[in-house]
Write a protein that binds this ligand. Sequence first.
Ligand SMILES: NC(=O)c1ccc[n+]([C@@H]2O[C@H](COP(=O)([O-])OP(=O)(O)OC[C@H]3O[C@@H](n4cnc5c(N)ncnc54)[C@H](O)[C@@H]3O)[C@@H](O)[C@H]2O)c1
Length: 338
Amino acid sequence: MKKAKIGIVGVGIQGEQQLKAFKTIEHAEVLAIADLNEKRAREIGEKHGVPRIYTDFQDLAKDPDVEAVSICTPDHLHTEPALTALENNKHLLIEKPLATNVADAQKIVDEANKRGLKLMVNFSNRWSPPFRLAKDTIEAGGIGRIVNAYARLSDTIYVPTEMIKWSDKTNVLWFLGSHVFDLLRWLFKDEAKRVFGVSRSIVLDARGIKTQDFYQAVVEFQNGITAVMENSWILPKGEPFIVDFKMEIFGEKGAVRIDRTHHGSVRVVNEHRMTFPDVYVLPSENISVFLRAGLECFVDCLIHDSTPPVTGEDGLIVTKVISAIIKSSEIGMPVEIS
Ligand SMILES: NC(=O)c1ccc[n+]([C@@H]2O[C@H](COP(=O)([O-])OP(=O)(O)OC[C@H]3O[C@@H](n4cnc5c(N)ncnc54)[C@H](O)[C@@H]3O)[C@@H](O)[C@H]2O)c1
């Protein structure tokens, strides 16, 4: 069977994770990478044996042998490389969030539709084992009709202050909340009707990083379900994990409670502390099993010419709702979703 030839734009943390994951997928080949940072591009290219290394995404987009491009640039820098790839007739995988404003998200979706190209937004948590189990349980009627939910996905302050250099160009709602809202609408098979958001900028602002510390939001869905979402970027560095991910879904007949941070089955203790290693990674390579599963699905869609299960329209809806929560937090009033 032929291999799908992939190009990755942006080989920072996530771009390298994708590269490692694609390398384990039989029908994929990462033919090219592009990164503005030439040293990083060369380092990653040589380390992982990528044949073609570019610094300009335009050159990667024009490479006639590249069939599909994956965009792994920072949140606020997805649109230009995405449109360039589409204009060069490449299928597109794009990291979440699709874009950080509705107009850009719409442009990307329109361009892909106009050209009949595949567009998948990498909401990788849809392949994460606990959320898949929740989806199967809900669809089998295991908790009856859903009534309400609570979801928290937060990071320690290490993420906006040290891990990513562009935290003031995005915010925690784009970076983490986009994952959560996508999961909720996928699990509920429903769309948001009205949102109310609150945020504060105290801790990060005092450190000279102009971005929100957290968002708390109430989301009302069209069929009456309500969900509370909480996304913080200021958890203390002393937490045992960088990420704190919880979700509780309550139905008429039961509940699903997820603690994605750890499932407690593996504990490693040294002289100083106890840790719960992440068990959702392939141990030798430290590749997330659900990131890999999502990428494999994209590759299958390329090989078999089928429609990706997470589309540009999904990314556009998430962008609209996240924008509405931000607006609500700014005006201090609920915002209706058009
Ligand atoms: N799906 C997930 O679970 C998941 C996890 C982590 C990050 N992400 C997303 O992945 C994206 C990248 O995040 P990251 O943590 O890897 O960021 P990063 O800062 O580590 O890497 C971004 C890379 O893009 C490069 N870059 C910036 N502008 C460029 C351009 N015009 N052309 C070429 N390269 C360019 C930078 O030099 C850098 O190497 C973000 O949108 C983030 O939200 C998704």
